[in-house]
Design a protein. Structure first.
Length: 173
């Protein structure tokens, strides 16, 4: 089992983990411009890709998801965290290009009627809106928002902003 950490930052080296980052200062295993395709890996090289607080910085999310799909083995898992669009952190960082939703990655699933944007296919194994703050936000609002995400994003997101999103996507090959 080999994992890839995309935009690894200062992640500690681990066996069976390849650390990829644009900055040589964080001493990754491979220095790489994350917007440059293709990545320097063979097809189906990884069982898991983690992309923590990176996807919102990249130029082209559909192209990136296609590249992740190419280098994931069949059934491999893509784990993504990103600020939710309602989070102030999504707008504070001037390097953020995208403000993402609970439903952003639906476009890469056969169940979505606009899935023709990409040939990469993923099954959404899990997704979760994460909240910070007091018990009210972390328990009551979190439960309601994750149970009724469409209503939450359309009506309540700006009143009770989420902190970030967590996704696990399975590559369907």
């Amino acid at each position: 089992m080999t994992k890839l950490s995309v935009g690894c930052g200062k992640k500690t080296p681990q066996p069976d983990l390849v650390r990829l980052d644009i900055s040589s200062e964080v001493e990754p295993d491979i220095v790489w411009d994350l917007d440059k395709m293709p990545y320097p890996f063979k097809d189906s090289s990884f069982s898991e890709i983690e992309c923590s607080d990176v996807i919102e910085h990249l130029d082209n999310i559909p192209n990136t998801l296609c590249e992740f799909y190419r280098i994931l083995e069949p059934g491999g898992t893509l784990k993504i965290t990103t600020p939710h669009f309602s989070c102030a952190n999504s707008y504070i960082d001037p390097t953020h290009r995208w403000h993402l939703s609970y439903f952003t990655f639906d476009y890469f699933s056969d169940e979505h009627n606009l899935s023709y944007y990409s040939k990469a296919r993923y099954h959404i194994k899990t997704r979760h809106l994460q909240f910070q703050g007091g018990r009210f936000n972390r328990s009551i609002i979190s439960r309601l928002a994750n149970k009724y995400p469409q209503s939450y994003e359309q009506r309540w997101a700006w009143i009770f902003p989420a902190w970030y999103l967590y996704f696990e996507l399975e590559a369907i090959k």
